[in-house]
Design a protein. Structure first.
Length: 399
């Protein structure tokens, strides 16, 4: 139980970075304070995601081979927090975007090692509940981040939130560093060169294995299309509310906190539903909820409807990652979990490149915001159609 609580607390910790740098203050700083275009942020995000996509599968394979996922998680956390602090110390937009890219690479890589630890800290029969609780901690962290960082923003502007967000990330991550223990796969001193060579060979086998598991491979493509929409919402929801809906910063924070409470409820509710419905059916319902909420945003005649769509998005967001994690576990060989999460991350990060870039290109003309939202609905529809052909478990796919 101590290890599980420490693991869940890390989900709370890393959302300080997500709130400050991915979803809220940094994009607003780029667009409003520095006068940049949304496409500029999308390019910085896309380039960093491309780097992650290239090295993530190898990183997952390497951590599996070494049996030391916590060591990799510590390294990526230190790199992310250090780069984020530096972003808070520069006024040069180009330098800030480069440092943001470095921080995001470390943050995204860390999620692979964190997700793979689920099998270590939770009982096999309670993966859904454990994943849901972890996600709930994460969205509590989002709410906490918005509340704790706002005084810094109120006094010093958006940039004043960056260094405190990094320090909070590190502070709340410490319990996982101190409590979670793994048994190394190899005895004695680690030979990293040999591990890297073996991991590269293993990664090649992993790609072949994933393609052989037709259900898992189809799920990766379904997730790609859905995540192009979901990642775009996470990045530009705040900018959209400010630009299109005319929200003040104070109203925007209240809206985010309100929506995050529903994200916590979604994480806990769907964690239980996974055991009853199965991860596949649960995820299909979640993606359908995303489609309905975004269709409402596109058709909303006023900002008032945004307050209804926001909680629906929050409720679905809170359960998206918890459910997807379990489905990957159910469809994957258990001795290749970090590698399969690495491949899942490859598709997810590719989606995080394509989605925001498409959005940035479309809304270069501000008159195209509504067609851009409808584009997201279409992407989710393709993902939901592909998900229909995914088996509910690896046993069902093989049987």
């Amino acid at each position: 139980m101590r290890q599980f609580l420490a693991w869940a607390l890390f989900d709370l910790a890393n959302t300080f970075f997500a709130v400050a740098m991915l979803s809220f203050y940094f994009p607003l700083w780029v667009v409003e304070t520095r006068g940049g275009k949304e496409l500029w942020f999308s390019l910085a995000l896309g380039i960093s995601m491309a780097v992650v996509a290239l090295i993530m599968p190898l990183s997952g394979a390497l951590s599996d081979a070494a049996g030391e996922r916590m060591r990799f998680l510590r390294w990526t956390t230190y790199g992310c927090t250090a780069a984020t602090v530096l972003v808070g110390m520069t006024t040069h937009l180009g330098v800030a975007l480069v440092l943001f890219g470095i921080a995001n690479i470390c943050y995204q890589l860390g999620t692979v090692f964190y997700d793979a630890l689920l099998w270590t800290v939770a009982a096999p029969g309670r993966l859904g509940q454990a994943s849901g609780i972890g996600a709930a901690f994460g969205y509590l962290g989002s709410t906490l981040g918005l509340v704790l960082l706002w005084p810094f923003v109120h006094v010093g502007g958006y940039q004043a939130a960056f260094a405190p967000a990094a320090l909070c990330f590190l502070l709340f991550a410490l319990p996982s560093f101190l409590v979670i223990r793994e048994t190394p796969a190899l005895g004695g001193k680690t030979n990293w060169r040999r591990l890297a060579r073996n991991a590269a060979q293993r990664m090649s086998r992993t790609v072949r294995s994933a393609r052989a598991l037709a259900g898992l491979w189809r799920y990766f493509w379904a997730a790609f299309f859905s995540l192009t929409a979901i990642n775009t919402v996470l990045v530009f929801m705040g900018v959209y509310a400010r630009t299109v809906m005319g929200f003040t910063v104070g109203r925007l924070i209240a809206f985010f906190v309100f929506s995050q409470l529903f994200a916590v409820a979604g994480s806990l509710s769907f964690g239980r539903l996974i055991a009853r419905w199965g991860a596949k059916r649960t995820l299909a319902g979640i993606w359908a909820g995303w489609m309905a909420a975004l269709a409402l945003v596109a058709a909303a005649p006023s900002g008032g409807w945004y307050w209804f769509a926001g909680p629906v998005i929050g409720f679905c967001l809170g359960s998206t990652w918890a459910t997807a994690r379990v489905l990957v576990v159910e469809l994957s060989p258990k001795d290749q979990l970090a590698e399969m999460f690495g491949l899942a991350g490859l598709f997810g990060r590719a989606a995080a490149i394509v989605g925001p870039l498409l959005w940035g290109v479309v809304v270069w003309d501000p008159a195209r915001y509504r067609p851009a939202v409808l584009m997201l609905v279409g992407q989710l529809a393709v993902g939901l159609w592909l998900l229909r052909g995914v088996p509910a478990s690896r046993e069902e796919a093989v049987g």
